[in-house]
Write a protein of this length. Sequence first.
Length: 171
Amino acid sequence: MTILWVHTAISLVALVAGFVVLYGLLTSQRLDGWTAVFLVTTVLTSATGFAFEAEFQASHVVAIISLIVLTVAILARYAFRLDGHWRWVYVVTAVVALYLNVFVGVVQAFRHIPTLTALAPTESEPPFAIAQVLLLIIFAVLGTAAVIRFRPAAAIASGRTSPAGSLPNRP
């Protein structure tokens, strides 16, 4: 039971940090501290998710995909320092990692919130599918906007962010 609470707490931190990072991407701010928290807690969320099912499940597939995506995001951000095409690779993989966290959150909501469970008890009913399709559309739009807008070098040159990229400059 303790691992469930730890996993849930880490997942919630990952979600909050992920939305802060997404805001940073949309406003061309690197948000270095939040990014590190998001990436570390999202890796931990995916890794600890393997502790809950003895046999291979769909949740394991999502966790494996998430860990692969996170590996690319971490390499793009820290090893390749967002240079050239690594900027958009990082944005796409960070947004996909957040999407996968929210996707799993929606699945968990339909499993554990009685009203949602009643609407889609087997997770194959229209309300569940509609929720997941809307989520995908929202993240596709936000991800596209983030790829277009996240240009941290331009933001630093214009004085819109500090060199560390974590806080906006105040006039």
